[in-house]
Design a protein around this ligand. Sequence first.
Ligand SMILES: [Cu+2]
Length: 154
Amino acid sequence: MQEAAAPVAETAPAVAATDAKGAAVVTNCATTIDGNDAMQFDVSSISVPASCAQFTINLTHSGQMPAAAMGHNVVISAMSDMPSIASEGIGAGLANNYVKADDARIIAHTKVIGAGETTSVTFDTSKIKGAGPYEFFCSFPGHSTMMKGTISVS
Ligand SMILES: [Cu+2]
């Protein structure tokens, strides 16, 4: 199923839907991705338009479980840094959103949310214009093996 991309409307809200599990839909330098109770994001890649100086990721949680049991966040880093950021984030605990304080390897991250909650993070796209490759992932303990995807500037 292929639909023509709608022209970018300046006043449209920054929301996005997805076609199955694939690329995130980007509107107005923003996208919305969802995490569920099956430890899954609904997208596997995010392509950031080069024209965006900043980019916003909105995170929703469509499941039923609370943050303590099935919390999700979005962390962005170089792909090579992801395993150590995730493992070191476990020690930070839920109160610190499972990210180590002042971790310079983390390009951006949201807080951890539970069912029905939303959050967002906005970052300078210059931070992901290097060689990368870059990933987005959930740093809740154990989730990054399944909850991850690529993020790049197109
Ligand atoms: Cu998660």
